[in-house]
Design a protein around this ligand. Sequence first.
Ligand code: BDR
Ligand code: CA
Length: 306
Amino acid sequence: MAKRSIIIDTDPGIDDAAAMAVAFRHPDLDIKLITTVGANVTVDKTTANALKLVEFFDVDIPVAMGCPGPLIKPHQPSSFIHGESGMDGYDFPPVTRKPIDLHAVEAMRKVLMESDEKITLIPIGSQTNIAILFHMYPEVKEKIDEIICMGGSTIGGNVNSSAEFNYFCDPHAAAMVLKSGVPITMMGLNVTNRACATKKTEAMLKQGGRIQDMLYGIMDFYKGGTFEEGIRLHDVCPICYMIHPEFFTMDQRFLEVVLEGPAAGTTVMQPNMFQTDDREPKVNYAMDVDSEAFEDWFIAEISKPE
Ligand code: BDR
Ligand code: CA
C-alpha cells in the first residue's frame, strides 16, 4: 500500500506527543513536515517540544515554527493541563536539532506546491497557520486531499461549558478553515473524550522501555484525565482515523463556529432535518468511536519494538 503523505500542524502538548509517537513509527504514513503553533503553550515552547520528539524518535522530519498565537483573540495557553514546558513529566535529553529556516506557512506552501501527489493536513492544535496559509496562498488548496483535524465539539466544551480548546483558542482561524472549501473531517470532543488511555494502557507502559517510560512520564503528569477515569488522547484520533476509519461513526453535517462573546469557539451543528443541500460547509463529523478498539490499537502501536 502506498504511504499516505501528511503534514502535522501541532502545539505539543502531551496528547500531541502521543499522536506523534504513533504517527512517526507508522508504516502507512509519510510525514513530510511538522509545523508548530502557539496554543497549548507559546510557540517557542511548542517548537522546542516538536524538536524534542523528532530527536527522541530519531526521525528525519523537518520542523517549521509557525504563528505565535491566534489571529485576533489574545492567546490563552493551557499550561495548567500540559505543564509549563507544554510537555512536563519527562526529562528529554538536550536537543541538537533546529527548526528549518522557513516560517510554517511558507514551509507548508513549499511542501504542498512541490508535491506530485495530494497531501493530507492534520491540524491538532489551533488552526492559525492553516488559516493564514489559505488566505495568502489559496492555490495550495488544490494540493490538499483532506484536512483531518482535532477540534470542536457539539456536546459541550472543555475550556468552558460550550467550547473545545483548539476552536476556543483561535475561533476565527477555525471558521476560515471550515469555509475554505477543502474537505474536512473533524474529530471533536464527541469522540476524543472517549478515546482514552485507561489502566490497560498504564499496565503496558509500566512494563518499561524507552518510549513507554517517556509516554508514562508525560501522560501521568497530564491533567486531561487519569488512568483510572481515562486519559483523553484527543490528538491521537485523527491519526487513528487515517488507519482505522471503521472505529468511527461519521455523519455529514453543517457546522459553524461562534466568533465573539462568552461562547466564542463553540461549534454549532445544524440538525440534518434543517439542512438544505446548498448550505456549506459540510463536514465529515465524528459522532461516535469504538473506545475499546481505539485503546487496543493504541496499545499495540506503542508496544511495537524500536
Ligand atoms: C485539544 O486541546 C489541547 O489542549 C490538546 O492538545 C488537544 O489538541 C483538546 O481540546
Ligand atoms: Ca494539541
